[in-house]
Write a protein that binds this ligand. Structure first.
Ligand SMILES: [Ca+2]
Length: 438
């Protein structure tokens, strides 16, 4: 039963929506966690996949999924990898995994995900611990020792979706820690179980809590789970895919920005889908989306848009284009356009400027309903004020403040072009401020 086909495992796991929970003490200057789950490609995809990951910007690679058989054998999806205390999988995979953390690379942590929906992995772990314990002669100890040596894993990632036995989960975590693993938790429900495991193992062992916020976990609240777990979480989303639709990299950045006060990073499900995509939704784009969401420190330097000459397609009396560049988000200081077609706000910066970050403050930033935050829009540039080129495109934004980095560009004229003004059928665009930075 552990040797499920990968596709079945993926489907089941996605439908059930398990979110791994991980916690980390991260200071303001610490790199955010940016993690990516992957199945078959992470061992069968060859060196090219390893190289894609190393160049991606993701710092954590989660190999999904290790199953524990009743006799203690470890199976990577449908391939036996550890038996009798020895690694018995392909040697080529060991060689490839060893390159993940070899410079130049963005990867500094490897995790092995244990379990999945519909599998008895945690039941088998419980039964093996009850019969053999977790000492150095137990099969669990010996096989997880061999697994660590083969994969270079820094942590085991719990994906228990059925057993929920606190006592054996704690014993297993202590055993793994003895072997040099950290423990990452990946809940989507049953906060009592997950918080009990975390509290009994402690944060010196459980250093991350991931939280699935897609598919079955789409209603999960990072701030609520932060409360349950007593630590910041790492929410996860599903990239564009043929099963559920999924999120663009732009949408991932917006959602993670909204959750950033409860989070220490983000994770993406699933590389198997992502490898089919291309820019602006390639592997590196999703990693950048996570990193951008947590780089929203106050922009450095002067706001180049402040008091720029602003014009627009249309505006409501008193809510003029100039209100979007006056440096204020109080006292209704916004540009509002109620035209029913696409809307735009054009800035003349007076001279050619180099720009690498743009900020938009939507309705929610001015104290209005977040339902009126701009949904779909883009930043455009022009050297003559009449012909425009897209610089950056945002889709499905829900955040009250957009704060994005772009490849540096030079232009005298910049335009905010809005195609969907709100989250609702309301057609009015409400822009409290647009800011541009070098
Ligand atoms: Ca304003």
């Amino acid at each position: 039963m552990k040797k499920k086909l990968l596709s079945i495992i993926i489907t089941c796991c996605l439908l059930i929506c398990i979110a791994p929970i991980t916690t980390q003490n991260v200071s303001a200057t610490t790199q955010p966690v940016s993690a990516i789950f992957g199945g078959g490609p992470f061992y069968q995809g060859g060196q090219s996949v390893m190289n894609d990951l190393r160049a991606s910007g993701f710092n954590t690679v989660i190999i999904w999924s290790i199953h524990v058989n009743a006799n203690g054998d470890l199976v990577l999806n449908d391939s036996l990898v550890c038996s009798g205390g020895n690694y018995v999988g392909q040697q080529a995979w060991v060689t490839q995994w060893a390159t993940l953390k070899t410079a130049p690379t963005s990867v500094n942590r490897i995790e092995v995900s244990i379990g999945a929906w519909g599998c008895r992995d945690f039941e088998n772990i419980r039964d093996l611990i009850n019969s053999q314990g977790t000492g150095s002669s137990s099969i669990l100890y010996r096989n997880f020792q061999a697994l660590k040596a083969a994969t270079g894993a820094d942590a085991v990632n719990y994906d228990d979706e059925s057993c929920y036995d606190v006592a054996s989960s704690v014993q297993f975590g202590q055993m793994c820690n003895t072997l040099g693993y950290k423990v990452a938790l990946c809940p989507y429900t049953n906060d009592y179980y997950w918080s009990s495991v975390k509290n009994q193992l402690g944060t010196s062992i459980v250093d991350r809590v991931y939280l699935q916020c897609y598919a079955g976990g789409s209603s999960n609240s990072p701030s609520a789970w932060k409360g349950y777990m007593g630590m910041d979480v790492i929410p996860g989303l599903w990239c564009l895919n043929s099963s559920s639709g999924g999120d663009t990299a732009s949408s991932v950045q917006s959602q993670l920005t909204n959750w950033s006060s409860s989070s220490v990073g983000g994770f993406m499900w699933l590389y198997d889908d992502m490898m089919q995509l291309s820019s602006p939704n390639a592997t590196a784009d999703y990693a950048a989306a996570i990193n951008n969401a947590f780089s929203s420190t106050p922009p450095v330097g002067n706001n180049l848009a402040l008091n720029a000459t602003a014009t627009a397609n249309q505006y409501v009396s008193g809510e003029t284009p100039a209100k979007a560049v006056d440096g204020s988000v109080i006292n209704n200081s916004k540009w509002c356009s109620t035209s029913t077609t696409d809307k735009w706000l054009k800035l003349d910066l007076g001279q050619t400027r180099t720009i690498s970050r743009w900020v938009v403050k939507h309705a929610g930033a001015g104290g209005e309903s977040a339902q009126w935050n701009t949904k779909n829009f883009k930043l455009q540039k022009s050297t003559n004020g009449t012909s425009w080129t897209d610089v950056d495109v945002v889709t499905n934004n829900t955040a009250s403040t957009t704060n994005r980095t772009v490849t540096a560009f030079s232009a005298r004229y910049v335009r905010l072009y809005i195609t969907t003004a709100t989250q609702t059928t309301d057609k009015a665009a409400r822009i409290y401020e647009i800011e541009l930075y070098n």
